[in-house]
Design a protein around this ligand. Structure first.
Ligand code: ADP
Length: 250
């Protein structure tokens, strides 16, 4: 099977400070990868390099078979950034307008919303069960509702690869569970490949099929099952922590 994303021997520096070291891994269609690591371990930087927002110092990236700088298939990639709380709460945009921006941002000329786009917006509203919010101002919504709006914006072009940065952070437990079940449905029933950054390694283990654990370099990349059986991981975290992460309480 051809990989969607292939990274080889990637190094990245901010000025002289190296924050990603010799990173190599492949992502295949249908993967659901939990990208985990402590604060400052380089997760967001890695995603920015994948998205072509930052240039590697050395090493190579192939996204759908192309280097990010020459890649023109950005409609195949959905990205939901962190810090949605920075969204200006008085920005007078409705849910419909914010989701439509997801289409506009991927359009070349003419950058205009047409009748088919409006239908697509309605479909995604329906799929995420937020049709009732269509004409509301985004700034007036709860954190969980806003999160779904920005998920809708990221998936509106039906991306094959969806990258999310800490999506569950500001959600209450019910909204969090609902959000993860939507992603689960997209991965299982719509074959969307997902890379999800999280610090909650216990929770992502319930959904992801693979874990990519980094601390500047790759500490572990493989299936969650192998992570839970790995003697190296037991040595690193201690057996008890490994069991807690893997929900195998004695
Ligand atoms: P994570 O997402 O795992 O918390 P980051 O990728 O945000 O980690 O950061 C990795 C390291 O790079 C940290 O030490 C952080 O302080 C540093 N860093 C992040 N962004 C910048 C930047 N724009 N300029 C300089 N250093 C940065």
């Amino acid at each position: 099977m051809n990989s969607i994303l292939s990274i080889s021997n990637l190094n990245f520096k901010y000025n002289a400070v190296e924050v990603l070291k010799d990173i190599s891994f492949d992502v295949y269609p249908g993967d659901y990868i939990g990208l985990v690591g402590n604060n400052g371990s380089g997760k967001t930087t890695l995603v920015k390099v994948i998205l072509g927002l930052l240039k590697p110092y050395t090493g190579s990236i192939s996204l759908f078979g192309q280097v990010p700088e020459q890649f023109h298939g950005w409609d195949k990639v959905g990205y939901m950034p962190q810090n949605l709380s920075l969204f200006n709460p008085i920005f007078p945009a409705t849910v419909e307008e914010v989701i439509s921006l997801g289409i506009l941002s991927k359009k070349r000329f003419p950058k205009r919303i047409n009748g088919r786009d409006k239908k697509t917006v309605n479909e995604v509203l329906d799929r995420l069960e937020i049709t009732n919010l269509k004409y509301q101002l985004v700034g007036n919504l709860s954190g969980g509702q806003q999160q779904r709006i920005f998920l809708a914006q990221a998936i509106i072009t039906k991306p094959e690869l969806l990258i999310l940065d800490e999506p569950g952070n500001s959600l209450d437990p019910a909204a969090n569970e609902r959000f993860f079940s939507i992603l689960d449905d997209m991965n299982k029933n719509h074959k969307t490949t997902i890379i999800l950054i999280t610090h909650d390694i216990g929770q992502i283990g319930e959904y992801a099929n693979k874990l990519l654990y980094i601390n500047q370099k790759i500490i572990f990349y493989g299936s969650f099952v192998d992570f839970c059986k790995s003697p190296e991981i037991s040595k690193l975290f201690g057996v008890n922590t490994q069991h807690i992460i893997c929900h195998q309480h004695n």
